[in-house]
Design a protein around this ligand. Structure first.
Ligand SMILES: Cc1cc2nc3c(=O)[nH]c(=O)nc-3n(C[C@H](O)[C@H](O)[C@H](O)COP(=O)(O)OP(=O)(O)OC[C@H]3O[C@@H](n4cnc5c(N)ncnc54)[C@H](O)[C@@H]3O)c2cc1C
Length: 345
C-alpha cells in the first residue's frame, strides 16, 4: 500500500490552493475530483473589499487581500499566465443611504486605498473603489489540474463515502493517508461526517454578453455587476436564490438580470447573451468558513464554507490551515464553535 500525507476531496478553488500550498511545504498528497463543473469555474471571481449598502470593509481584509494578491502573483509567475485582473470598480450610488455612506467612507482614514472619490459628472453619482478586480478562476483551476496530473497526484473520480476505510488505517483504494481533507463546496451537505454543519447554500446565475458598445474598462456595480472580459464581452451577475438549489440555468434568472441591466445607466440594448451558467455558493449560516477536524474522527477535516468570497479568503486561510495541520497551530475559523450544539456530551 502507498502511504501519503493527505487525500484532498474536491478540486475547486479551496482544494486546488490547499493542494498547491501543501505541495510547496513538501507534503505527499492526492487530489480527487468528480470532474463536474463547480462553483469556482462558474464564479465571477470578484475581489471587492468594500461591499453592501453600508459600504463596509470585509473583516480582516488588510491581511486577506495582500495574501491573495501575492498568491495569485506567484501562481502567475509559475504558470506564465495572468490569473488576477485588477480593475477599478464604479459603485452606483442610487439612493440617499448609499450616498451618505460613500461620503462617510471617503472621510474615514481606515478606508484609504479602498475608496477614491465620488464621480458626479455626468449624473448619477458613482463611488470609485480601489483594489478591486477578478480572478480568472477557470483558467487557474485548469493550470493547477494539469500540474497535479503531471505530478501524479490527481485522479478524476467520485469519492463514494463508503469506499473510505477509517480503521485500522485511513485509506482509499490502495493508498493510506494521515488525514482526509474535504473541500467539496456545496456537496458537503451530502457528506455523512460534516452535513451537520449549518451551511446556507445559495444558487447563483451569471450571463455572458456580447456587445458593440464603447465602455470604460471598469467593473460596474449597480447591485448586480458587469465585468468587462474584453472589448466585446462582459459578464453580468449574479442572482441569489436560496430555494432552488440546483445547477440548472433558468429563464427567470436570465430575465431578472437583463431587466436589472435596463435599470442601470449603461446602455447595452444591442447586447446578446452568449452564455448562461449556474452553480451553488457554499455559504454558511454565520457567514464564517468551516475549517477543522471532525469532533470524533480527527483523521477527517473540512475546508469549506467560503460563500461568495472564496477568491479573497481562500489563499490566506489555506496557509493558516496548512500551519494547523503541520505545526499544530489553532485552526482558523474552527468548526469547534458548533461542537457543543451538535455533539452534546
Ligand atoms: C454564480 C456564482 C458567482 C460567484 N461569484 C463569486 C465572486 O465574484 N467572488 C468570489 O470570491 N466568489 C464567488 N463565488 C463563490 C465561489 O465560487 C466560492 O467561494 C468558491 O469557488 C468555492 O470553492 P470550493 O472549492 O469550496 O467549491 P467548488 O468550487 O464547488 O469545488 C468543490 C469541488 O469538489 C468536488 N467534489 C465534491 N464532492 C465530491 C466527491 N464526493 N467526489 C469527488 N469530487 C467531489 C466538486 O465536484 C467540485 O469540483 C460565486 C459562486 C457562484 C455560484
Amino acid at each position: 500500500m502507498n502511504n501519503l500525507d493527505y487525500l484532498i476531496i474536491g478540486q475547486g478553488l479551496a482544494g486546488s490552493l490547499l493542494a498547491w500550498e501543501l505541495l510547496q511545504r513538501g507534503c505527499k498528497i492526492m487530489v480527487i475530483d468528480n470532474g463536474l463543473e463547480n462553483a469556482t469555474q462558474v464564479a465571477a471571481g470578484l475581489i471587492n473589499p468594500v461591499t453592501g449598502m453600508r459600504l463596509v470593509k470585509t473583516a480582516d481584509v488588510e491581511h486577506l487581500l495582500p495574501c491573495a494578491l501575492r498568491c495569485y502573483e506567484q501562481l502567475s509567475q509559475f504558470f506564465k499566465q495572468d490569473f488576477y485582473i485588477a480593475k477599478p470598480m464604479l459603485r452606483l450610488l442610487n439612493n440617499e443611504l448609499l450616498l451618505a455612506n460613500a461620503h462617510k467612507r471617503l472621510a474615514d482614514p481606515a478606508y484609504d486605498g479602498y475608496v477614491k472619490t465620488i464621480i458626479n459628472n455626468p449624473a448619477p453619482p458613482y463611488l470609485e473603489q480601489q483594489q478591486t478586480g477578478y480572478l480568472q478562476t477557470r483558467l487557474l483551476l485548469s493550470c493547477l489540474k494539469q500540474y497535479f496530473i503531471e505530478r501524479g497526484c490527481y485522479r478524476q473520480s467520485v469519492l463514494n463515502y463508503q469506499d473510505l476505510q477509517l480503521q485500522p488505517t485511513l485509506s482509499w483504494q490502495t493508498i493510506s493517508f494521515k488525514k482526509i481533507l474535504f473541500c467539496e463546496g456545496h456537496h458537503a451537505t451530502q457528506n455523512p461526517w460534516f452535513s451537520w454543519l449549518p451551511f446556507q447554500l445559495v444558487k447563483g446565475e451569471i450571463l455572458t454578453l456580447q456587445h458593440q458598445s464603447q465602455l470604460p474598462d471598469v467593473i460596474y456595480n449597480f447591485g448586480d455587476w458587469l465585468i468587462p472580459l474584453d472589448k466585446q464581452r462582459l459578464r453580468l451577475g449574479a442572482s441569489f436564490d436560496r430555494e432552488h438549489l440546483n445547477t440548472q440555468p433558468t429563464l427567470h434568472a436570465k430575465n431578472t438580470l437583463l431587466k436589472a441591466l435596463k435599470l442601470s445607466p449603461i446602455n447595452l440594448d444591442q447586447a446578446t447573451v452568449i452564455d448562461h451558467q449556474a452553480n451553488i455558493r457554499p455559504c454558511t449560516l454565520d457567514k464564517q468558513p468551516f475549517i477543522g477536524e471532525h469532533p470524533q474522527l480527527s483523521q477527517l477535516a473540512i475546508f469549506n464554507g467560503f460563500g461568495a468570497k472564496g477568491s479573497l479568503q481562500i489563499p490566506k486561510l489555506c496557509k493558516l490551515f496548512a500551519d494547523a495541520l503541520l505545526n499544530q497551530t489553532p485552526y482558523p475559523s474552527s468548526i469547534d464553535r458548533y461542537y457543543a450544539t451538535y455533539f452534546p456530551h
